[in-house]
Design a protein around this ligand. Structure first.
Ligand code: GAL
Length: 817
């Protein structure tokens, strides 16, 4: 390899964060980017004039600002996996956003003088899509799959004494996705500078081959790069293992006259603290690499110690304790932020899921960002890391089928190498509902992809979310997998269990119940594909799609069948695109499946799952709201989601009777239901009773008067002065007595001052075409969420929210360390 001699005199610009100081230098390339959406043949040239291009900060999603349009990616398709027999026009399937097309990004690489022998790498955590990366006009690398991380060395492309230009071309094709994929450099880009001899990106592999209460063995395999062909070097690797308090618990120095490119180190840790969702203890291996006595690199590997077992005797055990996944599937978009990755937004989401009692996420249907995996390690959330929605057989004309032959192995390798040290990663998923399940070579492909995973990481099992149950039970596809996962098949688990060899079954995708926050339909119905003129679905949580179920159907299977190992609900959060059952009913353009809406406000269903999954805290939740002018005297059922055994309902002080959980009834098992209540204005009150029948807690919902004022509630009021942190403020319209006005649709206006800027606004209404980045929007069912972003200046910030005719409200923020 050619080395660049001497020194560079290149400007140090836009360096945002240094991740590690010694030997290895790593920077996020966030600022200073120029962007334009179009194709520019000459944009790779250093002297190309990009003066008029937009200045953007990466992560950046070029399509999220819209505008929404039914003609954006209009798809005339037959969705076979949904049982459709004829093609029909699908609007809003990818969010109605302008994500298709070509976009270019350009940046002056912020490189200082490089010392002799230093090497320079670029790492992309994901680029949507068909990325071509150029440095000084020459292609450095390309990576078509938009969800995967990739990296390239660019040392040989750099020039001395001048600006080094990075240019990235991205292209999203039409009909390439079944949901909103995002567009552009939507995840972080890193600049990494190492010495000649160094530990490469994703260069360590840490496993814990045996774990007992008193002792855990830790194996660290470290790759060494940069030695010349046949060079015998005096190499030393010193590794300290640090516990969760940062204390060194064991160290090891390994010397080697290296001819191999890797060093193996083994450690025995006494009394290891085990990682679990309940106690996410993390250790760190800090490795120092010396060549001929000179320190060349320092590399950190964060890890956790836990045992994961799947077998016919006990199903799923973590650290020897049997459990069932209480999981959700999530797409990667962050609602109004689009696909642009943001750690504060992810953290808020994960905390909401944890409070619900969820302990796992399936990254549907693609690789997660490093930030998501890191947060799951830290907060204690198990992950199924998924890779593909398609293999060879197409779902979408321009889907992954176009890349499969050439890229599948490379994509799996990067996914595994980037994530295999994380304790939160419990399983690999090689696919979701891939049509190949039913093709003659499907079994062979599954076996091949599974083998690649085993080769790259022998410590984890592999699954697929399967939907073609008849085919996969017959043709061996389900039998060949380490772990059979079924999507929407609770009624067939028993049959699958009988014929499959594994002895356990995962509900890899469940429920797909649809609802709109705060919207209730009468008479209350259960059933598939219920369509209403307002394009909303009912929050009585009994409506679903033709292929899917209510939460209760899966609950029964999970409760009654010992060999089931849990479920992953579709979905934790609403997402952009796939607005079933309104996929042909513009202006619907975001999903109805979420337990939590697109703005991040829990729907009623949140409390149904919380009442089952969060066993540490009590849940007592009443629905619907109690403001129904015009429904006086009409049947208006009242449901209560609770983990108390029984409760009594009162309407304006009159008892409607005590209800207990009723095991003989599909819905009554998990819900207390007073189905005969007639609406009269006033209030409803539920009084929870303990096992002995004593009243212990109550909830009241009152009929609301006219909208009177605005209430603000922030998830956090102290933000970091890093220009990235976000505060989420829930805006609620209430009457003069503080009751939520459930029909309010006031247009509200957001105004910011000081060290915060306005970022987004969202109300969770899947039909709303107002733009997320303009500081005004109608509330939906009385609520919406505003996001503000910290600046890099410490100080104070404030948000004022106003609406015509209502008393306004203000909230203060501190921006600091
Ligand atoms: C599944 C599919 C998901 C989503 C879901 C909606 O079949 O795997 O991606 O489309 O249906 O119910």
């Amino acid at each position: 390899m050619m080395r660049i001699p001497g020194y560079f005199s290149i400007f140090l610009l836009f360096l945002t964060t240094s991740l590690s100081a010694q030997q290895r230098k790593e920077f996020y390339l966030n600022k200073g980017w120029k962007f334009a959406k179009d194709d520019f043949q000459q944009a790779t040239a250093n002297d190309f004039n990009d003066k008029n291009w937009e200045q953007v900060v990466v992560p950046h999603d070029w399509a999220i600002k819209g505008p929404f349009d039914r003609n954006n990616d209009l798809q005339v398709v037959k969705i076979v996996q949904n049982g459709e027999k004829v093609a029909s026009e699908k609007t809003g399937r990818t969010g109605g956003l302008p994500y298709i097309g070509i976009g270019w990004y350009r940046l002056d690489l912020p490189l200082q003088q490089l010392k002799s022998g230093e090497r320079v790498f670029l790492k992309f955590d994901g680029a949507m899509s068909n990325a071509q990366v150029f440095v000084n006009g020459k292609e450095a690398t390309h990576w078509p799959y938009g969800y995967n991380a990739f990296h390239a060395e660019v040392t040989d492309l750099l020039k001395q004494g001048t600006t080094n230009k990075l240019a990235v071309r991205l292209e999203n094709k039409e009909q390439s996705s079944r949901w909103y994929p995002g567009a552009g450099l939507y995840r972080n880009v890193h600049l990494i500078i190492t010495q000649d001899v160094h530990i490469p990106i994703w260069g360590t592999y840490l496993t814990t081959p045996s774990v007992r209460k008193e002792l855990a063995s830790v194996r660290l395999q470290t790759k060494i790069a940069g030695l010349k062909e046949g060079e015998k070097a005096n190499i030393k690797l010193e590794t300290d293992i640090l516990d969760a308090n940062g204390k060194v618990v064991i160290s090891k120095a390994t010397s080697d006259n290296l001819e191999r490119a890797s060093i193996d180190q083994h450690f025995l840790l006494k009394n290891p603290q085990l990682w679990s969702p309940e106690s996410p203890v993390l250790y760190k291996a800090v490795s120092k690499l010396y060549k001929d006595g000179v320190l060349k690199d320092t590399y950190e590997t964060t890890f956790g110690i836990r045992t994961v077992m799947f077998n016919a005797e006990n199903g799923f055990t973590l650290n020897g304790v049997k459990r069932k996944f209480q999981g959700v599937c999530n797409h990667h978009d962050l609602g109004p932020l689009g696909a642009a990755e943001n750690e504060a937004a992810l953290r808020r989401r994960l905390l909401m899921l944890k409070d619900m009692g969820a302990d796992a996420i399936r990254t549907a249907h693609n690789m997660p960002s490093p930030e998501l995996v890191k947060l799951c390690d830290e907060l204690g959330i198990m992950l199924i890391v998924e890779s593909f929605d398609e293999w060879k057989a197409p779902k979408m004309k321009n889907g992954y089928n176009q890349l499969f032959d050439q890229w599948v192995e490379k994509d799996l390798i990067n996914m595994i190498h980037a994530n295999r040290n994380s304790p939160s990663v419990i399983l690999w998923s090689i696919g979701n509902e891939v049509p190949d399940q039913g093709t003659p070579n499907g079994v062979e492909i599954a076996a091949r992809l599974q083998d690649i995973c085993h080769r790259e990481d022998p410590t984890r099992l592999v699954t697929v979310g399967m939907d073609k149950i008849d085919a996969v039970l017959k043709n061996g596809f389900a039998a060949v997998l380490d772990l059979p996962g079924f999507n929407y098949k609770p009624s067939r688990y028993a049959e699958a269990y009988k014929v499959l060899p594994q002895g356990f079954i995962l509900g890899s995708e469940t429920a797909s119940t649809v609802s709109s926050r705060g919207v209730y339909k009468f008479p209350v119905k259960t059933g598939p594909d219920l369509i209403y003129p307002d394009n909303q679905s009912s929050s009585y949580d009994m409506e679903h799609c033709a292929w899917s179920q209510t939460p209760d159907d899966e609950f029964i299977a999970q409760d009654k069948l010992d060999y089931t190992i849990g479920e992953f609900v579709w979905t934790g959060f609403d997402y952009l695109g796939e607005p079933a059952p309104y996929e042909s009913h513009w202006p619907s353009h975001s999903s109805y499946f979420g337990i939590i809406d697109l703005a991040g406000i829990p729907k009623d269903r949140y409390y149904l799952y919380r009442s089952r999954w969060n066993t540490k805290e009590k849940t007592l939740h009443l629905l619907p709201h109690w403001t129904w002018p015009g429904r006086e005297g009409e049947i208006t059922p009242v449901f209560c989601y609770t983990n108390y055994p029984a409760a009594e309902l009162f309407v304006n002080g009159k008892s409607m009777g005590v209800k207990k959980k009723d095991d003989s009834d599909l819905f009554g098992r998990n819900r207390l239901m007073w189905n005969e209540v007639k609406y009269e204005p006033g209030n409803i009150k539920v009084v929870a009773l303990d096992a002995a029948g004593n009243p212990v807690e109550e909830r009241v919902i009152s009929t609301a008067g006219k909208p009177y004022k605005i209430i603000l509630e922030a998830d956090r009021k102290m933000l970091k002065a890093d220009g990235k942190d976000l505060g989420f403020i829930t805006v609620t319209i209430v009457d003069a007595n503080g009751n939520i006005c459930p029909h309010a649709d006031n247009e509200i206006l957001a105004n910011v001052k000081g060290s915060v800027s306005f970022k987004t606004i969202a109300n969770g209404d899947p039909t709303n075409l107002q733009l997320f980045h303009e500081p005004h929007m109608k509330v939906f069912s009385g609520k919406l969420v505003i996001t503000v972003q910290s600046s890099e200046l410490k100080g104070k910030g404030e948000l004022t929210v106003s609406a015509k005719g209502l008393a306004s409200a203000k909230i203060d923020f501190k921006i600091g360390d």
